[in-house]
Design a protein around this ligand. Structure first.
Ligand SMILES: NC(=O)c1ccc[n+]([C@@H]2O[C@H](COP(=O)([O-])OP(=O)(O)OC[C@H]3O[C@@H](n4cnc5c(N)ncnc54)[C@H](OP(=O)(O)O)[C@@H]3O)[C@@H](O)[C@H]2O)c1
Length: 371
């Protein structure tokens, strides 16, 4: 009998958490039981919780509490499970195409196990065909069969689960800006420049033969770490926005979602703010957008949408190939500054979760966790 342990959060008060336990259901024909081996946790995962309702992130791995506590507040769906990227091992299977012993990279619940229904099983990839996931973006339902990958290096597992989802987004952002002729901008301004997605974007822009200069915006406490990267052309803290030269045409790649920061930037730049890509929400508790935000030249950027577009433009597998090559190079460079901290067990998961939620994890660190 397998017990499944899940780390659940209250959807509208993310600091409140609980552990939910249940006995794993008996596998049905075609299903497989995956033990989640390890997963990464960064601000990106917090954002999944912040926009869980709006974008549908709560739908991937419904909280189990309602089974045990039917009719109570759980029945109204107050609790949810935040998705994470990582590795899982098939420990039992009633799916002929996916025997026990396989190892998968992909999207998991913050839980000890996942029962999945492998579908479209190819040598390189498969999908979770569970009915409730089918309306959700395919990027999140796709799993890599890592043992079939040429050159699969388990020594890079922690870097892959930490950085691949973020640097793949960075690669998309570079591709999108380049494809749009940098939106006519002479330079790029990046709020929350200390985030890994921002740093990956800086690596990607620097691969361009004619890159645009990049200005980092960050909090005073992260400024030294961002300067030490030597990746951006200038580094300012949020309270130095008024020192920005307003005469240059500028595009913004925003990871912060901070309404006050964007308002001040847009007011200062005026007509010279050519485009803002709203990518992230690291400052999730400051996201009210005021009247200074230039909405007509701002748009949400959603990496899974861009990946789907490139799958059509470039053919199947090509995006993954290019993004993977970029990630691998950038991950090796990131060894100069990134410290991956590890934690095991429910307590370690809970304390890492609270630390990341509060923004207390240093910019040069990330968490690799396991139950
Ligand atoms: N749209 C998409 O498709 C897409 C895809 C991937 C990622 N993203 C988004 O990109 C953002 C960055 O994710 P990441 O995993 O790369 O982040 P990360 O590396 O964990 O970022 C850490 C940085 O975020 C800021 N921060 C984090 N928590 C904070 C808090 N509670 N209060 C204030 N500042 C806080 C700080 O930066 P500063 O001090 O520099 O502000 C901190 O150094 C996330 O919002 C994520 O959802 C979006």
């Amino acid at each position: 009998m397998t017990e499944i342990v899940a780390f659940e959060v209250r959807k509208n008060r993310l600091a409140e958490t609980r552990l939910a336990r249940k006995v794993a259901p008996e596998l049905q024909d075609g299903q497989a039981m995956i033990k989640v081996d390890r997963f990464a946790f960064t601000a990106n995962n917090v954002t999944y919780g912040v926009v869980g309702e709006r974008i549908g992130y709560w739908k991937f791995f419904p909280a189990g509490g309602s089974d045990e506590n039917a009719g109570g507040e759980d029945a109204r769906g107050d609790w949810g499970i935040i998705p994470v990227w990582g590795f899982g091992d098939v420990v039992a299977s009633r799916c002929a195409d996916l025997p026990a012993g396989e190892r998968l990279y992909g999207y998991w619940p913050m839980a000890s196990h996942l029962v999945m229904t492998p579908a479209k099983v190819g040598d390189a990839r498969l999908f979770d065909g569970a009915a409730h996931r089918q309306e959700l973006p395919p990027v999140y339902n796709s799993y890599a069969r890592v043992r079939n990958e040429p050159g699969y290096d388990p020594a890079m597992d922690d870097e892959r689960m930490t950085l691949f989802p973020l640097y793949a987004t960075s690669f998309c952002l570079y591709d999108f800006f380049k494809d749009n002729d940098w939106f006519g901008a002479e330079r790029i301004i990046i709020p929350s420049a200390s985030s890994k997605t921002a740093i990956g974007t800086a690596y990607a822009v620097r691969t361009d033969p004619d890159p645009r200069p990049m200005i980092a915006l960050t909090s005073p406490r992260n400024k030294p770490a961002v300067e030490a990267l030597k990746l951006y052309d200038d580094v300012l803290s949020y309270d130095e926005i008024d020192a920005l030269d307003a005469g240059r045409r500028s595009a913004i790649i925003d990871m912060s979602g901070n309404g006050a920061v964007l308002g001040r930037l847009h007011r200062r730049l005026g007509d010279n703010m050519t485009y803002t890509a709203n990518v992230g929400l690291t400052h999730y508790d400051a996201n009210a957008m005021g009247p200074d935000v230039i909405r007509e030249r701002s748009a949400m950027f959603f990496a899974p949408g861009h990946i789907q577009k490139r799958a059509k433009d470039w053919g199947p597998g090509e995006f993954e190939k290019r993004a993977f090559a970029f990630w691998r190079d950038a991950a090796v460079k990131s060894r100069d500054w990134l410290a991956i901290r590890t934690g095991a067990g429910a307590e370690a998961i809970s304390s890492a979760y609270q630390e990341v939620l509060k923004g207390d994890t240093p910019a040069d660190a990330a968490w690799a966790l396991r139950f």
